[in-house]
Design a binder for this molecule. Sequence first.
Ligand code: EPU
Length: 417
Amino acid sequence: MKKLIINGQHELTGEIKISGAKNSVVALIPAAILSDDNVTLYNVPNISDTLALIDIIKLLNGKVEYENETMKIDTSQIENKVVPENLSKKLRASYYFMGALLGKFHYAEIYFPGGCNIGSRPIDFHINGFKKLGAEVTIEGNKYIFKANKLKGARIYLDFASVGATINIMLAAVKAEGTTYISNAAKEPEIVNIASLLNNMGAKISGAGTSEIKIEGVNHLHSGVIDVIPDRIEAGTYTIIGALLGKNLKISGIIEEHIDALLSKLKEMGVDMIIDDNDIIINHPKEYKPINVKTLVFPGFATDLGQPMSVLLTQADGMSIFEETIYENRMGHIKYLQKMGANIRVNDRTAIIIGKTPLKGEEVVATDLRAGAAMVIAGLIAKGTTTVNEIDHILRGYENIVEKLQNVGADIKTIEE
Ligand code: EPU
């Protein structure tokens, strides 16, 4: 079992370069199979979710070359096969093969997806969307079967602006007959990135990034290229670390408008930042004002940054409130923060955090990906040694996290026991 060992309280100086976005690349790779030719992705992060998707592409008879952040996927020989449980369970985003295989072959068999245990995470909006496009959906044990004679454009309204459902419906609709409208679509930057690749491949999608997306079906998708956008959650995580420990710490390769909500909250707390084009230079202040944070869909405060942010709130002078509105269960890290000395009361999806409390090194667990990021942050500011267990969750989403932190002066290492 791999663990992280962190000796805390080192100031961090230097530069951290942000990688390509996990939540984009995990949809861009399945989207590639809609091409009858080949697809090239640039700025691909080397995280375990990427590697798990390559395995699925290879299973489907695609060919993948992946070197120096560039991935070339030859999709000319793609075949339709059952996506087995051992592959689908490795990550949430395996579910994008539902939309992609259905869109390409009008048939898909795929086992239930995996992913972080942060709530019940149903996929009813995806399924209802596929049905509106003309698919029949059945469940056999742990497997979904999607079948359609043909897919026809439809008007699809989402009860909630779900990122996954918006992307999956785009994938299924892009080659359907006629026009599909998704209303109350998710507006996250990752959706724009996926639509841009599909349009580059010959699709006709407009409105991505707004709550009304129009998809005019086309018969054929050719080769395509795209840059994976910078990971706004990774950028946000390191910016929070900078707010706690940065001494002229530079976070480079960000898109400011993707993390506006976080930056605005950090300014409210009194954090010193200079933002210049795609970089932030950040210095930790002596004290932090307490604030309230409520997670929302984009452009609101990202749910994936709520757990990392809660660690910063333990260092503010007074009472802060952290409210999670997207998932039922994003408080898995709190008991470990309490163990380290934080004063936090949790009531359902709300945490009341009273600071400032010094944290001390402890043995803790990464209960999910962003909880793991929160534990790393806590370990970096704690006095003494923190051991983070179950770090596979963290490696699913943060490229080279140990090296990136070591390079700016953190005392962190991986051990295998
Ligand atoms: N929901 C439903 N039914 C559905 C789909 C969603 O009830 O059919 C609910 C979910 O249970 C949740 C809410 O709607 O309560 C939002 O879910 P959404 O579909 O937007 O999330 P997702 O597509 O499953 C992606 C990211 C998450 C990120 C969310 C929100 C991927 C692979 N995952 O999940 O990333 O939190 O969007 O931005 O893109 C992470 O990176 O740590 C992570 C969990």
